[in-house]
Design a protein around this ligand. Sequence first.
Ligand code: GUN
Ligand code: FE
Length: 456
Amino acid sequence: TLNNDQQSIAQVFKGTFIHTPQFGQIEILTNTVIGLDHQGTIIFLQRGDLNIDHLQLPTTVKVIDLSADPLKFFFPGFIDTHIHASQYPNNGIFGNSTLLDWLETYTFPLESSLTNPKKAELVYSRCIKKLLSNGTTCASYYATIDAGSSNLLADLCLRLGQRAFIGKVCMDQNAPDYHVETLQQSQFATMEVLEHIKSLDSDLIKPVLTPRFAPACSGELMTWLGEVQKSEDVHLQTHLSENDKEIKWVKELFPDSETYTHVYHDHGLLNRKTILAHAIHLSDSEIQLIKDQQSGISHCPISNSSLTSGECRVKQLHAKGIDISLGTDCSGGFSPSILASARQALLVSRHLSMKSGDEADKLTVNEALYLGTVGGAKVLKMDDQLGLFKEGYRFDCQLIDLDVDNIDVFDWQFPSEVPISENVTKYDNLIAKWLFNGDDRNTIKVWVNGREVHSS
Ligand code: GUN
Ligand code: FE
C-alpha cells in the first residue's frame, strides 16, 4: 500500500494508535505509521515498520514522530451525537429540577437570549473550542429556533475546523410566548438554514432537521419535517422518552399513536439518518420499531443522572442491533467532555445492573470508548469514514499524553507489548486510567480532516 504517488502524501504520523474496531475490543497499533493526503484522508497505514526513508518523501511533508514516547498515543476524535451549543453557559446550573421545569426555568430563557448575535458568537465560539480541547472532532448540535443564530453556529464550526451537524430547533406549540414559532416561521427558518449550509459548500458542516421533542411540535410541523428529510436526504434529531412526566404528556397530546416512539414514526420521522437522544423508558415494541427503522440512539448519561431522568439500557439496545453512541447533552449534562460521558455511562450501567441484578448490563471501558467513537460514527451513518484508523478514513484524531499530573503512571505500568496476563496488556490498564482519571489536560493535540484544530 506504499505505492501511492509520493506527491499526494501531505503528513506522516508515527507512534502508537489505539482504537475500538468492535464493541468491547480495543486494538493497540504500536510502531505504526500513518500517511495523509492533502484532504486529510488516511492513504496508508503501516504496522511494525517505522522506517519511512524508502518513501523518499519531499521535505515539505510534515512528520510527527512519537514512537519514542511510551505514554503518548493517538486515539480517534470523539463524536458527541447530542449537544445544545446554545445551553453551554448553563453547564452545571440545574438545581434539583427535572426535565419539564428545567426547560421552563433555565433553558428557554437562555436560548431565547441568543437572538443577540454578539452573545451567540461568544457562547458558540467558547463551546466549540471547549469541545475541541476535549477531543471532540464531530458534534451534532442544537442551536436555537433562530435562523441567524443557527447559521452563525455553522459559520463558527467551519472557521474553527470542527466537523458538525447544525440543527435549527423547531418548536411551534407548548412553549412560552417569548420562545415559540408559528408553523410557517419554523418552516421558513428551517429552509433558510438548509440553504445557508448548502452555500458553505463544506464537507465538514451538514444540516440536521431538529424538531425539539413531540410535546413542542404540532403534527403538521413533524409531518413537514419528515417530508423535507426525505426530499433533501438529510439527518434529523430529536429527544425521545427521557422523563416520566414527558411521556405521560405525549400520550395526552397524541392519543392516536401507540407509544412515544410511534408518534415520531406516525409522522414519518424515523429512518436511518435519525438520531434519538435519551431513549430511556422504552417498551419492547418501541425498541423493535427503532431497530426496524435503523434509527440511532444518543445515550446522555450525565444529563440522565443530573435531571434524574433514568438509566438507558445501553447493553440491551446494543444487543438488539441498534446503533448507540454518546451525547454530552449540555446543559442537561454539565460536562462538555465525551471522556467524562463515557465514564458516567460506565457508572450508570452499574446502577442499572444493581437494580436489575443482571451482570450483562455493565459496560466495560472498551465498550464505553467504542460508544464515544465508532458508536457515534455508526449513529451518524458515517462509519465508513470516521471513528477508526483505517485507509480511506478521515484523520479526525486526538493525541493523548498520560504523562500529565492528573494521572500517576508507575514505572512498572509503562507499556510493553508483553501481556501481563493472558487477556490484559499494560495498555488496557493505561486506557482504564485515562478513562477514569483523564481530562482535557491529557488531550494535547487535535486534528480534524488532518488539520490541527487544537494544541495545548
Ligand atoms: N427535551 C426537550 N428539550 C430538551 C433539551 O433542551 N434538553 C433535554 N435534555 N431534553 C429536552
Ligand atoms: Fe438534549
